[in-house]
Design a protein around this ligand. Structure first.
Ligand code: OXD
Length: 311
């Protein structure tokens, strides 16, 4: 089998995959077009439409990131080719650390202390107990469930939400529209880990933001399309004075890189990070890729992405 790998630092990934799959001819997108055309499998993160159109006998695609939205929206995606996505592969722990940082940032008032420092203002805020600081996690897939468990292990009361019912140890699980309303009404930090699908677009909008308790904070290491940005700015209010929404830590945006003119860059209660919450760890990802490609070749049934559902 020939496997075409496309990701930043592709050569290192090619070597590491070849070690795991000695029976395969592993090439990168730098290989000559004639070789790329005959690839049986593509293991890629955000390939161009042109690259996706090249292989003429593609049997499967492995998405080398957490979300499949960029791939599913790619106009070059060949119809009917099964797509495998990585399951966690070490990304959940990285995203979990990002979220734990975000929750502590607000619970221990680092946002307020930063502003106080600028005024040389020395005064302390009373600490709110972790079990009085409910955290909501929207999305309980492989990543959301692990992140929720990590935050719960830190001692926070964690509420999780998924479209259909789920049961997870130590997490208060909600589902459906009513469950979303229940969750929003009681969380002090809201974490977004839903996939980008038609159903999740702008799930955080004026109406859902208004359901959060006053002074809640938002942490989004998921997808930018989940948030209606105008409604977010409105809930934050301008300037340093805390608005209905106390602050936001955002790693994902509908347009990336975040355009220079976007007001979120300069907002004093917003932290912008450049989609760095969950980079794909090479070793764990390639273990899964090798396993998936062997299963494909052996004709085994694989858990593939449902393009209509969007994940
Ligand atoms: C993603 C990723 O899906 O970085 O956003 O893997």
């Amino acid at each position: 089998m020939r496997v075409l790998v496309h990701i930043e630092d592709g050569d290192a990934w090619r070597h590491a995959l070849a070690e795991r799959l000695p029976e395969a001819d592993v090439i990168t997108s730098e290989a000559p077009a004639a070789r790329r055309r005959e690839a049986d499998y593509l293991a890629a993160w955000k390939p161009s439409a042109e690259l996706l159109r090249e292989p003429i006998r593609l049997k499967g695609i492995v998405n080398l990131g957490a979300g499949v939205d960029a791939l599913l929206n790619n106009p070059g995606l060949p119809a009917g080719v099964p797509i495998i996505k990585l399951r966690d592969a070490g990304m959940a722990e990285l995203i979990g650390d990002y979220v734990r940082y975000g929750v502590l940032h607000f619970q221990r008032d680092f946002d307020r202390y930063r502003r106080q420092q600028a005024r040389r203002d020395w005064h302390e805020h009373a600490v709110v107990d972790k079990d009085d600081w409910p955290v909501g996690v929207l999305g309980l897939g492989a990543i959301g469930a692990k992140v929720a468990a990590m935050v719960a292990a830190d001692g926070f009361a964690v509420h999780g939400w998924s479209r259909s019912p789920k049961q997870l140890p130590d997490i208060i699980c909600h589902h459906g529209d009513e469950g979303l309303r229940e969750l929003l009404g009681q969380v002090r930090s809201l974490v977004l880990l839903l996939p980008d699908t038609r159903a999740t677009r702008h799930v955080i909008n004026a109406e859902t933001l208004a359901r959060l308790p006053a002074g809640a904070s938002l942490i989004n290491p998921g997808r930018g399309t989940l948030v209606d940005e105008a409604a977010l700015l409105d809930a934050l209010g301008p300037g340093e004075q805390e608005g209905r929404l106390r602050g936001a830590i955002l790693d994902a945006f509908p347009e990336e890189p975040l355009p220079e003119k976007n007001p979120l860059w300069g907002h004093p209660r917003v932290w912008v990070t450049p989609h760095m919450a969950g980079p794909t760890p090479m070793k764990e990802a390639l273990d899964q890729v090798a396993q998936a490609l062997r299963a494909f070749e052996a004709g085994e049934a694989l858990d593939t992405v449902d393009p209509d559902a969007g994940y």
